[in-house]
Design a protein around this ligand. Structure first.
Ligand code: SAM
Ligand code: SF4
Length: 361
């Protein structure tokens, strides 16, 4: 049998190689994988961190995903939507702190009125920022026309996690109805790419029923679909969701954390020039999570700019950090410099993969 070092030296990893590397349990082997991924990262995207300002602008959601704390049947939270003025104030703060991009995230709403509100919001933000901020939307499945309208009004990037690329598993983690259709989510992802967004997707790691083979297939899914950016992190339990009943059967947190780092490392090796987010979920499962994610190959951080008063009503999972404190860019910068990473303020940090794809026509 080949050693981990021998596998890492191969020019191309097979599905079996990926499964073997995801199954690492030895500390030395884990370190070798992370080292290799970090070397790839330095060579391709550099020791640079791109900051995005995250605005969780509404927790209204028409869906009922079994794992998510803001699912529509969780009646224990107060539903909110920020006013346009509040969003503009946060955007101004982002500009003052030299952010080059914001991420507008919410539960899934799909009324025509919602689509129009977003269009007017984007149009205004584009007008008020000069040079303009990059805008990423993460508001779930929408019609082709809505995506096109938002793209035309200035949204450059879209994040729509596939959650798992295994349709059977997808069906187990969502209610069985037309609003939660794997095929529709896939179609939306294709539509976003066709329209021309920098397209991001991702999955959760350590879900109930998920296997290592599923995770290997997720990585191959990202590669085969030519995705530009990935946000993936550990699945975390929210006690007021149907999936809380599986808590005892999950991988223990430390193992889920190490597996998440192996996923990031392998993704960096398989797709050297994409953007990879060191997610908040990673930070929740381990206090050094985001820094470890950056050292395993990630290169993007999202800082939560949502006013603190709303944080308790946007808890996707238990113990989400930052619910009591603000995330300050300067503090982050100091911490990152200690690990050799540096926040870049004068660059949009577009996915190199996306830029190359477009320059080749
Ligand atoms: N509603 C939109 C959607 O689902 O695409 C965007 C917002 S949703 C809250 C963003 C992401 O949160 C989801 O794609 C999912 O991967 C993640 N998420 C939800 N519940 C989670 C949990 N319990 N643990 C980890 N991640 C979770
Ligand atoms: Fe709604 Fe997104 Fe949570 Fe699903 S993951 S319940 S769509 S906010």
């Amino acid at each position: 049998m080949m050693t981990v070092d021998e596998i890492l030296d191969k020019p191309k990893l097979s599905r079996e190689d990926i499964i073997r590397l995801l199954s690492i349990s030895d500390d030395k082997e884990q370190k070798a994988l992370i080292r290799k991924a970090y070397a790839v990262k330095i060579k391709t995207v550099g020791q640079k961190v791109y900051l995005r300002g995250l605005i969780e602008f509404s927790n209204l959601c028409r869906k009922n995903c079994f794992y998510c704390g803001i699912r529509s049947e969780n009646h224990k939270i107060n539903r909110y939507s920020l006013s346009e003025d509040e969003i503009y104030r946060i955007t101004t703060y982002a500009i003052q702190h030299h952010f080059t991009g914001i991420v507008l995230q919410s539960g899934e709403q799909n009324s025509p009125a919602f689509a129009k509100q977003i269009t007017s919001l984007i149009t205004h933000i584009k007008k008020m920022t000069n040079p303009s901020l990059r805008i990423t939307m993460s508001v779930g499945e929408q019609s082709y026309e809505t995506y096109q309208e938002w793209f035309d009004s200035g949204v450059e990037r879209y994040l729509l996690r596939i959650e798992t690329s295994n349709e059977n598993l997808y069906n187990k983690i969502h209610p069985d109805n037309a609003v939660h259709s794997f095929q529709n989510r896939l179609q939306c992802l294709e539509n976003l790419q066709k329209i021309g967004f920098q397209t991001g997707t991702g999955i959760m790691i350590g879900l109930p029923f998920q296997t290592i083979n599923d995770l290997a297939d997720d990585l191959l899914f990202f590669k085969n679909r030519n995705i530009d950016m990935i946000g993936m992190g550990p699945y975390l339990v929210h006690s007021d969701t149907p999936f809380a009943r599986f808590s005892a059967s999950l991988l223990p947190p430390e193992e889920r954390f190490q597996l998440s780092l192996r996923m990031i490392a392998l993704l960096r090796i398989l797709m050297p020039d994409i953007n990879i987010v060191a997610t908040t979920a990673l930070q929740t499962i381990n206090p050094a999570g985001r820094a470890s994610g950056l050292l395993a190959g990630a290169n993007v951080l999202m800082l939560n700019l949502t006013p603190i008063t709303y944080h308790d009503n946007y808890l996707l999972y238990d113990n989400k950090p930052g619910s009591k404190e603000e995330e300050l860019p300067d503090e982050f910068d100091r911490k990152l410099q200690q690990i050799g990473e540096k926040i870049v303020y004068n660059d949009y940090g577009d996915s190199i993969h996306f830029t190359k794809r477009n320059s080749h026509g």
